[in-house]
Design a protein around this ligand. Structure first.
Ligand SMILES: NC(=O)c1ccc[n+]([C@@H]2O[C@H](COP(=O)([O-])OP(=O)(O)OC[C@H]3O[C@@H](n4cnc5c(N)ncnc54)[C@H](O)[C@@H]3O)[C@@H](O)[C@H]2O)c1
Length: 438
């Protein structure tokens, strides 16, 4: 009789932001990892030891672990899964036109893994999939009789290695307890609390977490708007609220709202899943509306800051990625904001430390430059969209020498307004009174 495959060998299907980090970090903990990727550009880069995504520290680890023979990259799923005791599915679940999660990549990957994995292997889905998906795949025998479990991922881009190695909890769900325990054992060395439950609950934990955080962001943005109307300062309000442990300070930063590949898509997907079950999830509808409105309000704020019309103005936009530390432009507020500013007559120059290459095809009419000082030269206003530390640390006195007008509109409340006012800037932010020069 064949020996069951070893759980020391893990196959990760899909080498994107989640799969690549998961695979490399598992290899770093002593496993042998087979990374399967079908996208030719990503595959070629990975084969030559280069990281196809911007994630601090990841490329160095990839090279080290490839050299040590612990990470193997392949484009052939059948080869990747062959000896693996655990197959992790980390493919994309992008939104459909209607906002539902497109599960075709997950279903294809599970079916291919089911057709090729060794008897005794466990298939674990790391991708974010709506509650009930794993159970339905087990029911449809898509996994060809293999134990199928849900093991949602909570890492954040930009601090993904740290997050992987310091999880707040490990959640594994499935009908087969032994299979769940084998997947949980992969993370045992990290010392996090483990929740083993059914697959639908595990999937719901992921959606509940992401959508709750999105709600928090939209909530504080509504409070910020009310602060502007009443004269309160949202930073002080958020600090005061956040000191209450029942509320918590995290995700209470007012600003341009949420973007990226997860929050917008997951909020819409859970709302769609609720609708499918005949339930209108009103809070999620509101969170989406508020998030979009926040971008419009910001564009209006820029318009007011330059004197009421954007027509013929020159603007320098700092930051394109949806957040610092990543090159990810999926649902990035910057894209929406820049398109609106341009539609209203502004000429925009923009910059970003990591996302310029990806932005080129998305912002055809925008001048994109690598240097922040070059970006703001001769502009009527500096518009900060992504709070990269390098923008906080700019020599703002030097910026003041190069701009046409000293106006800053800070969409992330990350700059020192009093200092900027001292340097002669009119400083506008979100939910706070403007700081104006004497
Ligand atoms: N990005 C995040 O911060 C994050 C965090 C937690 C959870 N998630 C979830 O994890 C999942 C993956 O997200 P991501 O951001 O890594 O996506 P991604 O698009 O960056 O990566 C997915 C990768 O899978 C590859 N792929 C698709 N089908 C394949 C197949 N059959 N064989 C091999 N490779 C295949 C794609 O080419 C792509 O490179 C999504 O469900 C997402 O919601 C993402």
């Amino acid at each position: 009789m064949d020996r069951p495959p070893s759980d020391q060998i893990v196959c990760v299907v899909g080498a994107g932001y989640v799969g690549l980090v998961t695979g490399i970090c598992l290899a770093d903990s002593g496993r042998t990892v087979h990374l399967v990727e079908i996208e030719p550009r990503r595959l070629e880069l990975l084969r030559s030891g280069r990281c196809p995504i911007h994630e601090p520290g990841l490329e160095e680890m990839l090279r080290r672990l490839q050299a040590a023979g612990r990470v193997h990259v392949t484009g052939d799923l059948a080869v990747g899964v062959r000896d693996a005791g655990i197959v992790m599915i980390a493919v994309g679940t992008p939104p459909t036109e209607d906002g539902e999660a497109d599960l075709s990549q997950v279903r294809d990957a599970v079916a291919s893994a089911g057709a090729n994995a060794a008897r005794g292997a466990v298939i674990a889905v790391k991708s974010t999939i709506p509650p009930g998906t794993t159970a339905s795949m087990v029911g449809s025998r898509l996994a060809a009789g293999f134990p199928l479990v849900s093991c949602p991922e909570f890492l954040r881009e930009g601090s993904a290695i740290h997050d992987f190695n310091n999880p707040t909890r490990i959640v594994v769900g499935g009908a087969d307890r032994t299979a769940c325990d084998r997947v949980a054992a992969l993370f045992e060395h990290l010392g996090a609390p483990v929740i083993v439950t059914d697959s639908t609950s595990a999937e719901m934990v992921k959606y509940g977490t992401n959508t709750f955080l999105a709600l928090k962001i939209s909530f504080i943005n509504e409070i910020a708007h009310l602060c502007e109307l009443t004269g309160a300062e949202v930073s002080a309000v958020a600090d005061g609220m956040g000191m209450d442990p029942r509320v918590g300070r995290a995700f209470l930063n007012a600003g341009l709202g949420f973007g990226g590949s997860c929050f917008p898509k997951d909020v819409r997907a859970l709302e769609a899943a609720a609708a499918e079950h005949g339930h209108s999830f009103w809070m999620l509808k509101s969170a989406i509306e508020v998030n979009l409105m926040q971008r419009r309000r910001f564009v209006a704020k820029v318009r007011e800051a330059v004197g009421g019309s954007l027509d013929g103005t020159r603007l320098g936009v700092l930051g394109l990625a949806f957040k610092p530390g990543t090159d990810d432009l999926r649902q990035a507020p910057a894209l929406d904001v820049i398109r609106h500013l341009e539609k209203m007559g502004a000429t925009v120059t923009a910059t970003d430390p990591a996302a310029l290459e990806g932005a080129r095809p998305l912002l055809a009419g925008t001048r994109l430059v690598t240097e922040a000082y070059e970006c703001v030269r001769g502009t009527d206003a500096v518009v900060l969209v992504t709070e990269w530390p390098e923008y906080r640390d700019l020599d703002w006195a030097r910026v003041g020498q190069t701009v046409a007008r000293r106006i800053v509109v800070d969409g992330r409340n990350c700059l020192d307004g009093a200092e900027l006012a001292r340097l002669g800037f009119a400083y506008h932010s979100v939910g706070r009174r403007p700081s104006l020069p004497d």
